[in-house]
Design a protein around this ligand. Structure first.
Ligand SMILES: [Zn+2]
Ligand SMILES: [Zn+2]
Length: 232
């Protein structure tokens, strides 16, 4: 009983902090947020807290029993979680019906706010939270404390991604705010929260631009060569 009260209190405090940094953000006046925005983001926060509660209450079956904190375990977990997130996010973008029905909710504005992290279609948020929380635990050998530390880092990073900050993130390899802004504004890339998968799959927006420029160059050269051939 006390645990549930604690979770409700924790959820309210977390939402209060997110709400506060959102209304203090420069973009807040550019957005006309309605009740639906606040209700949906609050429901998603409850979903996230419930999933973490379910995970924690099954700690004996899900987690390793070691009490030490291993950096290796945490890095492995983040890489696996990012792999699932990358493919889930990419599929929602590349499948028109999924994009229209569920993913566009999160993309409804170019002026990002920290609370946008929770402004996601409820079905998508549930799937995304389940996929990035349960599946990596099953593959990795992570302990409960390591999982809680990693979850905290990932949550702070997603808030940072929606803050339009000009500073880079404290931890190397995590994508910066500008990168996610490009995802919202230009689209078609920058799907993951680490730079590894987008670099490897060549879906980072910078690479795509360079690729486009190179293709245009090749195309122009071909046209030029054809013209020369015709003239000679
Ligand atoms: Zn997206
Ligand atoms: Zn976003």
């Amino acid at each position: 009983m006390y645990l549930y009260l604690y979770i409700i209190f924790f959820t309210l405090c977390l939402y209060g902090i997110l709400y506060y940094i959102t209304i203090k953000h420069d973009n807040f006046k550019k957005r006309n947020l309605n009740n639906e925005y606040y209700i949906q983001s609050f429901i998603n926060l409850i979903i996230a807290c419930c999933i973490i509660l379910i995970v924690c209450s099954n700690k004996d079956t899900l987690f390793s029993t070691t009490n030490t904190i291993s950096l290796k375990n945490m890095i492995f977990y983040i890489i696996v979680a990012d792999m699932f997130y990358y493919w889930f996010h990419r599929i929602t973008h590349r499948t028109p019906i999924l994009k229209t029905l569920i993913h566009l909710t999160h993309h409804n504005s170019f002026n990002l706010l920290p609370l946008d992290v929770l402004y996601v279609n409820v079905i998508e948020f549930f799937l995304y939270t389940t996929i990035t929380n349960f599946w990596p635990i099953l593959i990795s050998d992570i302990s409960l404390i390591e999982y809680l530390i990693v979850s905290f880092i990932l949550f702070v990073h997603t808030i940072y991604l929606h803050s339009e900050s000009t500073h880079t993130f404290l931890i190397p390899l995590f994508t910066d705010s500008k990168c996610h802004k490009n995802h919202h504004q230009i689209g078609g890339g920058n799907y993951s929260f680490l730079s590894i998968w987008d670099d490897y799959m060549r879906t980072n927006i910078k690479t795509k631009k360079i690729k486009k420029q190179q293709n245009n160059k090749i195309k122009n050269n071909k046209i030029k060569n054809n013209k020369i051939k015709k003239n000679t």
